[in-house]
Design a protein around this ligand. Structure first.
Ligand SMILES: *[C@@H]1O[C@H](CO)[C@@H](O)[C@H](O)[C@H]1NC(C)=O
Ligand SMILES: *[C@@H]1O[C@H](CO)[C@@H](O)[C@H](O)[C@H]1NC(C)=O
Ligand SMILES: *[C@@H]1O[C@H](CO)[C@@H](O)[C@H](O)[C@H]1NC(C)=O
Length: 530
């Protein structure tokens, strides 16, 4: 494995080389190191002339390259999915389940290695990267309950001798387009549920963080997934358009920005595909004066700044109601105490942003907030991290006195920036949240059950936490973001996920009683007329 890089500076390969079965993953990470395509069960080098650099966000060093797959490579990937579909869909559901049972164990066994790779390419802290893999693993575990999830319905004796029943059947080839912020979790939201239902799958990971998915694909193959059932291509706009347009692809799962999501939803739908798109968010945490102050402030700070705010479910907006407005100085103190460092450094609370462009955009939105009248209570723009001076770091930042017409409130910042608004009453807070276009998640902090109940009932957001800052449901439920945070009809994972990746076939059958096989030979002469 990677003899060349082990000898020199190929960190990426060093991470992978460390542990997996004690042998090398040369097929995943060659000396360059270039990221392979995964086509028809083989990790193959792209013949493209166009490559994209992968950077370590803590240093901005180039740590690898990812190809923009050529048209014929992308065609080969879909053709492989298509060819594998019939056998895979006819493979018994119990056999598919067995593969996923082995797969979940392999992911557990390699969780730490996958996490290192995530930190290396994405920047988040190791603890957070482990959470990334773990939340994806839970969906794989859930996929193992396919035998109950995929049951159809029956109704006997609709009329005499006639029964109706449904089968839940796979669609065919499905595709997934994943973002940079959860390199393991979001791909694992997609292909396991689709494939356990009998579909074959084409994945396109983010071109910035492909490593975790390549590792996961290798493990999936080792778990017994037949060649061609999962294929992986890389690229940017052309790969996205290819997926939206290809007539053999029946459904697309997408997670990412609103701009990309709306585009993919429209283009994919126009081509007759099912599309589910999870998009941007502006998640509000409403803080009531009767909340447990200690817990609430800790939760707010963790949820706003964890993962450097690059979570779709980051709690990026706080509404302090009434007397809770007095807690602002303490909130600032706690945010100040967070340690910013490279994700693999011990004690790091938040790592760098994904790219210099992302940092620039976040800094610009902070500056604009100040220009439009917000108070900058904590400014993380000029932070210096010792030993990582070239990293894309922004420290925790708090903008207070924010009003709903300010740009820093209207746009998803996707950085470690908490914007703080004020409201006189719970009703005012609810109105504010409901007037915001996004509906991914929200939280209320209170010790009053009636207040919590009223908020949960009246707020028009798909996922509500009561004293829970990031209400991402476990996979026996579904990820139910709503309004501008979601396009499509059926959500990710859980029962909704199974519905998304399956279609119903309804069978109405009549077996006339008089045609039933006579079990005893008729020795008596039939008599006419009775
Ligand atoms: C389907 O499965 C059969 C039996 O295992 C095998 O002979 C055949 O080659 C498979 N076809 C494809 C396209 O994989
Ligand atoms: C927001 O609204 C207030 C009051 O109407 C106005 O004074 C202010 O200029 C507006 N700010 C922006 C950024 O539009
Ligand atoms: C919603 O979640 C999705 C998936 O994580 C994410 O892409 C999007 O940005 C999020 N918005 C919210 C509110 O979570």
């Amino acid at each position: 494995f990677c003899a060349a890089c082990q000898a020199s500076q190929c960190e990426l390969s060093r991470f992978l080389a460390l542990s997996y079965k004690g042998h090398s993953l040369s097929s995943v990470c060659p000396p360059q190191p270039t990221t392979k395509l995964f086509i028809d069960g083989k990790f193959v080098e792209s013949k493209t002339t166009e490559w994209i650099d992968i950077h370590n966000p803590a240093t901005n060093e180039v740590v690898g390259r990812v190809p923009k797959a050529t048209a014929s490579e992308m065609e080969a990937a879909v053709a492989s999915c298509k060819k594998a579909f019939w056998n895979w869909s006819e493979t018994s559901v119990l056999s598919r389940q067995q593969i996923f049972l082995r797969y979940q164990q392999l992911i557990k066994d390699n969780l730490k290695e996958i996490s290192k790779l995530i930190t290396f390419e994405q920047g988040k802290t190791l603890a957070d990267a482990e959470g990334d893999v773990f939340r994806g693993l839970q969906v794989v575990e859930h996929a193992c309950s396919v035998t109950s999830l995929i049951l159809g319905e029956t109704m006997p004796s609709i009329t005499k001798d006639m029964d109706t029943y449904t089968y839940r059947l796979p669609l065919g080839v499905c595709a997934g387009i994943a973002p940079f912020n959860f390199p393991a979790m979001i791909p694992l939201w997609m292909f396991p549920m689709a494939m356990v239902c009998g579909n074959t799958f084409l994945m396109k990971p983010s071109e910035r963080v492909p490593g975790a998915l390549m590792f996961l694909a290798k493990l999936f193959q080792d778990a017994g997934a037949p060649d061609g059932t999962l294929n992986i291509i890389h690229g940017q706009h052309e790969a996205v358009n290819f997926i939206c347009d290809h007539p053999d692809i029946r459904a697309i799962s997408f997670v990412g920005s609103n701009q990309a999501g709306e585009y993919i939803y429209e283009r994919g739908s126009r081509n007759g595909k099912r599309v589910q798109a999870n998009m941007g968010a502006k998640n509000h945490g409403v803080v009531m004066p009767d909340a447990n102050k200690e817990n609430t402030l800790n939760q707010l700070v963790g949820a706003a700044f964890g993962a450097a705010g690059q979570r779709c479910m980051a709690l990026s907006t706080a509404i302090l109601v009434g007397e809770a407005q007095k807690w602002l100085p303490e909130l600032v103190d706690r945010a100040k105490n967070l340690r910013v460092n490279a994700g693999d450094q011990p004690g790091a609370d938040l790592g760098p942003l994904i790219s210099p462009q992302a940092k620039e955009r976040v800094c610009h939105l902070i500056e604009k907030g100040v220009k439009e009248g917000a108070s900058l209570l904590l400014d993380g723009r000029n932070i210096k991290v010792k030993g990582y001076e070239n990293g894309n770091f922004v420290g925790p930042t708090i903008l207070a006195n924010v009003k709903p017409n300010m740009t820093c409130y209207k746009e998803e910042i996707f950085g470690p920036v908490l914007v703080v608004l004020e409201a006189d009453t719970l009703d005012d807070a609810i109105e504010m949240v409901n007037n915001n276009p996004y509906g991914n998640g929200t939280a209320i902090f209170t010790t009053n059950g009636a207040t919590a109940r009223k908020y949960s009932h009246l707020v028009d957001v798909g996922q509500v936490g009561v004293n829970v800052p990031i209400p991402v449901p476990l996979p026996m439920f579904s990820f139910t973001g709503s309004r501008a945070s979601f396009r499509g009809d059926t959500n990710f994972y859980g029962k909704q996920g199974v519905q998304f990746y399956t279609q119903l076939k309804t069978i109405i059958s009549q077996w006339k009683e008089e045609d039933a096989t006579v079990t005893k030979p008729a020795v008596v002469m039939p008599t006419m007329g009775n």
